[in-house]
Design a protein around this ligand. Structure first.
Ligand SMILES: *Cc1c(COP(=O)(O)O)cnc(C)c1O
Length: 403
């Protein structure tokens, strides 16, 4: 039986490999940063350096000395771990401080921490909505929102990415189906394209059809909008978005952890009923303290955000001049479109040989025929880094006949 089962898995893995869909992980030997080193047996000394264009380290805080110092101090003051869920042993003052800081930063009543945003989204819907209710979800929403909605008994409606006509149709359908409460769920920034959700239009429709709005701002918090307050601030939708989820694992230090911020009764109910909160350990104190410091830095980091915006403009201008096809956008996610999956992989390999660390994305992560290299800019990069990256893209592109 076991042998048969393992053979079955081996066969499936072989077919993943044969389809060219096998995911390989490189091993990094340094802190996460703009310049990293990876393990490579063929390189002299077994390691080589790369310029990193594929981290979610948008403000460059993952190796920030102040963030590291805050985490280190918390290790001494609060120890290594909590070894308990919160409803049994309670939280440390630090956890509550972080929740209050997130809430005041985002202008919400309160916030609740999770081990990851995947857990936050996974636990959000089921305690709040029942079979009498409706969730209307953007088709390109993150996997964790999709899974969270699956775990909830509310009726599900889907609209094509940022298609406001379809959203309106779904809202009408939900009304016709007699939905008691309606919640629209969307990513604030769609990570594969770098597009920002049309939050003003979504909030207009929500208000017209008496729906609530939930935004997952993992790819926006810290680096987009005034004070790094994300897509509601960037789009002007502001307080009209009621429920916000986010991660501490990207711009805000890149450690780990997730959160939901929103109205007091929502947060209170999640504390009573959200399963990933109830049945999973508290954040490690060092992680909470590092994130707290990262939020302080991010909120005040107009200089870093301006530098990031300038780098995005410089990269876009250089790449367009070199003849590359980029998706338009206003975020640090700059997708370089290549079309063919094999070409995207060859391009990633050609860039790797030139010292640029990127990842090719292809079906099923993006639609067939829309394979790409998704680059992500970071405030940790310099203008010289950007110029070097553009040069490498141009060289690699010429080698492969892309430009
Ligand atoms: C990264 C991401 C998540 C998951 O966040 P983790 O804290 O790493 O679990 C959820 N939603 C979106 C939109 C993301 O980009």
């Amino acid at each position: 039986m076991a042998t048969q089962f393992l053979d079955h898995l081996e066969a499936q893995l072989a077919s993943i490999e044969a389809d060219g869909l096998h995911k390989r992980e490189r091993l990094i030997t340094t802190p996460q940063a703009a310049h990293i080193r990876i393990q490579d047996e063929r390189a002299q000394g077994g390691e080589r350096g790369l310029l990193n264009l594929c981290a979610n380290n948008y403000l460059g805080l993952a190796d920030d000395p102040e963030v590291i110092a805050a985490a280190r101090a918390a290790l001494d003051e609060f120890g290594f771990g909590m070894a308990s869920v919160r409803f049994i042993c309670g939280a440390q003052t630090l956890h509550r401080q972080l929740e209050e800081r997130i809430a005041s930063w985002l202008g919400k009543d309160d916030a609740i921490l999770f081990a990851a945003c995947f857990d936050a989204n996974g636990g959000l819907f089921e305690p709040l909505l029942t079979a009498e209710d409706a969730i209307i979800s953007d088709a390109l929403n993150h996997a964790s929102i999709i899974d969270g909605i699956r775990l909830c008994k509310a009726k599900r409606y889907r609209f094509a990415n940022s298609d406001m006509n379809e959203l309106e149709t779904r809202l009408k359908e939900a009304n016709q189906d007699g939905a008691r409460f309606k919640l629209i769920a969307t990513d604030g920034v769609f990570s594969m394209d770098g597009y920002v959700a049309k939050l003003k239009e979504i909030c207009d429709l929500a208000e017209r059809y008496a729906a609530m709005v939930m935004v997952d701002d993992c790819h926006a918090h810290g680096h987009l909008g005034e004070g790094g307050r994300g897509s509601p601030a960037l789009t002007g939708a502001g307080d009209r978005v009621q429920i916000i989820s986010g991660t501490l694992g990207k711009t805000l230090g890149g450690g780990m952890g997730g959160f939901i911020a929103g109205p007091q009764p929502v947060i209170d109910m999640l504390r009573q009923r959200a399963r990933p909160y109830l049945f999973s350990n508290s954040l490690a104190p060092a992680v909470a303290a590092g994130a707290l410091k990262a939020i302080d830095i991010a909120e005040a980091a107009e200089d870093r955000r301006e530098h990031l915006t300038a780098l995005v403009a410089r990269f876009r201008a250089g790449m367009e001049a070199a003849g590359f096809d980029l998706l338009p956008g206003e975020t640090p996610i700059v997708p370089v479109m290549l079309g063919d999956a094999k070409l995207a992989q060859e391009m990633a390999a050609a860039l790797d040989r030139r010292g640029i660390y990127v990842a090719g994305f292809f079906y099923p992560v993006v639609p067939k025929g829309q394979a790409r290299i998704r680059t992500q800019m970071s405030a940790g990069l310099s203008e010289a880094d950007i110029d070097m990256a553009v040069q490498a893209f141009a060289d690699a592109g010429r080698e492969l006949g892309v430009v």
